[in-house]
Design a protein around this ligand. Structure first.
Ligand code: NAD
Length: 541
């Protein structure tokens, strides 16, 4: 399984580094040992323990990743804190220039990045490309809007002309970032870029299954010119390193499951530090009766099967207007059956593998449970060990009912349930069912009507005539979840201001906020009351 925390094989390579065929007969060198050693050297990890990482494509060993202890986490924070003190004095324009260098590097080195993502995660190459793309977009956006977000702003003072107010955006300090395996390059980096730009240092703990991809991200930051100590990487199980990270962070950014998000929020609350939580979803897609059905069916395939459905914003429920249901389903099923499946590094695969046995077990359990309770499989519904150890076919279900696990629980795999609706109010009510509220999609040829419906949907992002890319790639707008799908937002001004403290500095001239010139308190109150009335008449805010 992919980078599951298998202990290093008995008698296996106890050195920090890649699988060594002398000690591990299954070693296949999918990656050059020197390349892997260069990446893992970037970790703060002195325990001498390693965890084997294997590729979900074929089970080939990729590396033995050194593991960090709590003392290593403390050391990473100490280094980050020292680096941050210097970094906070580096002009914002210089920081932004490094982000633009990162943009260029990520595009130039995309083949290397994508190869590693595919090897480590098993996803299709076309879905891996989305990751350098998202990082390039994020780097360019924040570099080009740095001053808009970070410059000191003048605000209206209480006494016009006599109270001068400025708001500074002061960095929080050291940000802890805990990230998942599903988009291992962009999830490891994208939230950290605005943190660095705002003057913070970062300590990251990427998921164990995709550590090498995250380490390549760290190396590219070094190459873009960011001081090395500013970006620390530690490795180990979240339940062991999570606490030590949260204890030392000035802010925590977490992406992962809702269950873990709640644990993290509670620990941050204990310390009264802020956190942003990007969590799970059970995302609905609505096909209205006036939708372009070809476009809707094409979008539905990407919506549900990108990265084999292991995507937080992926669609697992579709509500389709009665009048077009049969025609939509026919198109959607035909497009799904035409998908090219393969667990290889090639571009032509439309869908890759799941990442691990755990993921395969969950997907299999959800589908088997639904089928046992009477759901119909329109296509898919089975594992494909002939393609790869964790391969599961893209699956469309009909007749899913509330007693089935996949009705309301996130599958996080290539499984979608179809439902008919008779009137739009009912469709919106069903889309709003449940505890999640991450992403929704609406297909309609009437943009105004679709936007009106979007306002009634309780999701942090709504894409009209697109699955998820329109909001996800529009970095100027916030992205995140309502309800149990999260707290706070990445992207846009919210995505960078979460890493700063707003500091108001007011300079007062001539008048003071107390009676002057021998005035009594009572007279002062009358003067102030008259003043307040005048200000309202003058239209002042
Ligand atoms: P997970 O919560 O198990 O793990 C995510 C990260 O948290 C990993 O790095 C893990 O090591 C760490 N972790 C685990 N337990 C921890 C603990 N007790 N304390 C601190 N850290 C801990 O999530 P997962 O199941 O691996 O990832 C899939 C989930 O992530 C899905 O629910 C998916 O929807 C969600 N996700 C959300 C977004 C988003 O932007 N909203 C993006 C990607 C994934």
């Amino acid at each position: 399984m992919a980078a599951s925390p298998n202990p290093t094989p008995a008698g296996g390579p106890l050195v920090e580094g890649p699988a060594d065929p002398e000690h591990d007969p299954t070693a296949a060198y999918a990656l050059e040992p020197d390349y892997v050693a260069g990446l893992t050297a970037r970790l703060v990890a002195t325990t001498g323990r390693t965890v084997a990482v294997t590729s979900p494509l074929d089970g080939a060993p990729l590396a033995h990743v050194p593991q960090s202890s709590e003392a290593d986490v403390a050391e990473a924070f100490a280094r980050a804190r020292r680096a941050q003190a210097v970094w906070a004095r580096v002009p914002v324009a210089e920081r932004a220039a490094m982000l633009l260098r990162l943009h260029d590097l990520v595009l130039e080195r995309q083949d290397e990045i994508i190869d590693l993502i595919v090897l480590e995660s098993g996803k299709a190459r076309k879905h891996a490309f989305d990751e350098p793309l998202h990082i390039a977009l994020t780097a360019r956006y924040y570099a080009r809007t740095a001053r808009q977000h970070l410059d000191t702003q003048r605000k209206r003072g209480v006494v016009p002309g006599l109270t001068r107010v400025e708001v500074n955006h002061v960095p929080k300090g050291v940000v802890g970032i805990i990230s998942p395996w599903n988009y291992p390059f962009t999830m490891a980096l994208c939230d950290g870029l605005p943190a660095l730009l705002a003057g913070n240092a970062v300590v990251t703990k990427p998921d164990a299954q995709t550590m090498l991809t995250a380490l390549l991200g760290a190396r590219l930051l070094d190459e873009a010119g960011f001081p090395q100590d500013l970006w620390q990487v530690v490795a180990g199980p979240g339940r062991e390193l999570g606490g030590p990270i949260i204890e030392r962070s000035d802010y925590v950014c977490f992406t992962g499951s809702t269950a873990t998000g709640k644990l993290i929020a509670a620990q941050c609350a204990e310390r009264l530090i802020g956190c942003s939580l990007e969590l799970g979803g059970k995302n609905p897609l609505l096909v209205l009766r006036d939708a372009d059905l070809e476009k809707a069916a094409e979008g539905a395939v990407r919506a549900s099967f990108s990265n084999a459905g292991q995507l937080c914003v992926s669609m697992e429920r579709m509500y389709v207007a009665d009048q077009v249901y049969d025609r939509f389903v026919e198109r959607f099923v035909a497009r799904t059956q035409a998908m090219t499946l393969g667990a290889t590094l090639a571009w032509e695969n439309d869908m890759g593998s799941l990442i691990s046995q755990d993921q395969l077990d969950t997907v299999t359990a959800h589908v088997d449970d639904a089928v046992a309770k009477g759901a119909r499989v329109l296509t898919g519904g089975r594992a494909r060990p002939d393609l790869g150890p964790f391969y599961y076919e893209p699956t469309i279900l009909e007749g899913v009912t509330p007693d089935m696990t996949c009705f309301g629980h996130e599958t996080f795999g290539p499984v979608v349930s179809l439902y008919r609706f008779h009137d739009e109010a009912d469709a919106v009510a069903r889309a709003n069912d449940g505890d999640y509220g991450l992403n929704a999609s609406i297909y309609s040829q009437d943009g105004g009507r679709a936007r009106a419906i979007a306002r009634q949907v309780k999701c942090g992002t709504v894409n009209i005539n697109e699955a998820f890319g329109a909001t996800f790639a529009s970095i100027d707008s916030p992205m995140g979840g309502m309800r149990e799908s999260g707290m706070g937002r990445r992207q846009g001004s919210e995505g960078i201001h979460r890493y700063t403290e707003s500091q108001s500095v007011a300079t007062q001239r001539l008048v003071r906020f107390a009676p002057m010139l021998g005035m009594s308190d009572e007279t002062y109150a009358k003067v102030m009351t008259a003043n307040l009335r005048l200000m309202k008449k003058l239209g002042r805010a």
